[in-house]
Design a protein. Sequence first.
Length: 207
Amino acid sequence: MKKLGIAFILSLCMGCSPTIFKSKWTKEVAPATYLVRFETTKGDFDIKVKREWSPKAADRFHQLVTYNYFDDSIFYRVLPKFVAQFGSSDLRKQRAWKSYKILDENVLLENTKGTLSFARSTKETRGTDLYINLENNSRLDTLNYNDVVGFPAFGKVIKGMDVVLQIYSGYEAASAKKLNLMYSDRVKYLEEFPKLDLIQKVYFLKE
């Protein structure tokens, strides 16, 4: 009887483990507009997203916020007067989301100061990592990179841009060059780059 009780408790514990990803989440459609707050180690800032600016990107971002993807993530690439880029250090979670591709879209909202866009490398590689423009970066609107033109912005900071501009940028690209370490040993990565700012929590606000 005692063994049966232990087995039952263990099965309950296994059933309570958090789910990191479900494919059905990627089919959820975002509202026409929505507001998101970022709580960071530098303070809070708010972003407004309009789906019309880049529907696929707005949908994915809404999905990621809904399922707490960005909680405890890292601003791992901050280039002064250019961009502040961030993403999760959980490689398993990142790969799960990125396996469901976002179709490329045309640039409708320009990469002006305070706008938000997905980072990408080649065709249909927008997935989980994003950047905030720290200056007007119009060249990103028409840049032809690996046969894909432009980085479509889909949201913009409406409150707290002063916070965004304070995000630590002293490491510049050095911290981004060690992403393998960030994914394999987050503690060691943050020991090597202790001044990096973190995103503590991301959630929706009522308009």
